[in-house]
Design a binder for this molecule. Structure first.
Ligand SMILES: Nc1ncnc2c1ncn2[C@@H]1O[C@H](COP(=O)(O)OP(=O)(O)OP(=O)(O)O)[C@@H](O)[C@H]1O
Length: 256
């Protein structure tokens, strides 16, 4: 099913006629998408195409000048980012949100605690603390960093820091996960591990990924959404996108 189809069951995340304007300049306009449950989507396009702006519009970090966003059929257009997270929309944290001077496990525990507190502000008790510790340890294993729990987060390799960022996003167990360039700065040797992590993170959830590495995009995606000039140029399975003449001339054929 194409991301541009509508009315074919409830999308995990959807937007309709979304526009984000900075003054007179429309960074994105007329963007409508359905991201279906359990599927992995990559958002591609040349620099300045509007990929990050669309992701910000979905996560609540960019103000819409027009359009709607829905999560599991519920209109979340008016919700701020933290309320969208609580509703099941996760986004990978930026590297600056990892606390250096704290271990990997402490970072995960702190994020788990913050998430629980947002869900239930008057949450208390030893059982709760135990739950947090278990959640942090589960995610630590999920991101393949079981042996690095006691390492200072500041001393992690770039690849491990990106993996920890994904782990922080997984603590809220989101139904939909937005990942903005999770492979950025990851060395060639770590890329296969990062791809494996994304695949595992995608199990049972919808993932939307911004990624510049075309080999990874074509390998990992169920569907590829191509943006150009603030609009969606094409969307479909990797094989279809690879053969699309408009996409080739706009993007794939431009030497990237
Ligand atoms: N806060 C802002 N104020 C003004 N213009 C902005 C702002 N944020 C983004 N833009 C502009 O909106 C357009 C889309 O930017 P965006 O970052 O979404 O593109 P992108 O596809 O993510 O690019 P890249 O691959 O380089 O990250 C660009 O022309 C950019 O300069």
């Amino acid at each position: 099913m194409s991301v541009l189809d509508s009315g074919a069951g409830t999308a995990a995340l959807a937007c309709r006629d979304v526009e984000v304007a900075y003054g007179a300049f429309k960074a994105i306009s007329g963007v409508s998408c359905d991201f279906m449950p359990g599927r992995l989507y990559s958002l591609i396009g040349p620099n300045g195409a509007g990929k990050t702006t669309l992701m910000n519009a979905l996560s609540g970090r960019a103000r819409l000048s027009r359009g709607r966003v829905a999560l599991g059929g519920r209109d979340i257009t008016a919700l701020p980012p933290h309320a969208r997270t609580r509703a099941g929309l996760g986004r990978s944290f930026q590297i600056t949100q990892i606390f250096p001077g704290m271990t990997v496990l402490e970072n995960l525990r702190l994020a788990a605690q913050a998430h629980r507190y947002r869900l239930q502000p008057f949450w208390r008790g030893v059982g709760g603390f135990r739950g947090i510790a278990l959640e942090a340890e589960r995610v630590l294993e999920d991101i393949g960093m079981g042996s690095l729990g006691h390492v200072d987060a500041a001393n992690l390799s770039h690849g491990d820091q990106r993996a920890l960022e994904v782990g922080l996003a997984l603590l809220s167990d989101p139904k939909v996960l937005l990942l903005d360039e999770p492979l950025a700065g990851v060395g060639h040797g770590d890329a296969a591990r990062a791809v494996d992590l994304i695949r595992r993170a995608a199990r049972g959830r919808t993932v939307l990924l911004i990624e510049h590495n075309m080999d990874v995009v074509m390998d990992i995606s169920d569907e590829v959404v191509v943006m150009l000039g603030g609009q969606i140029l094409a969307a479909g399975p990797p094989a279809t996108i690879r053969e699309d003449a408009r996409v080739r001339s706009a993007y794939l054929g431009d030497g990237e």
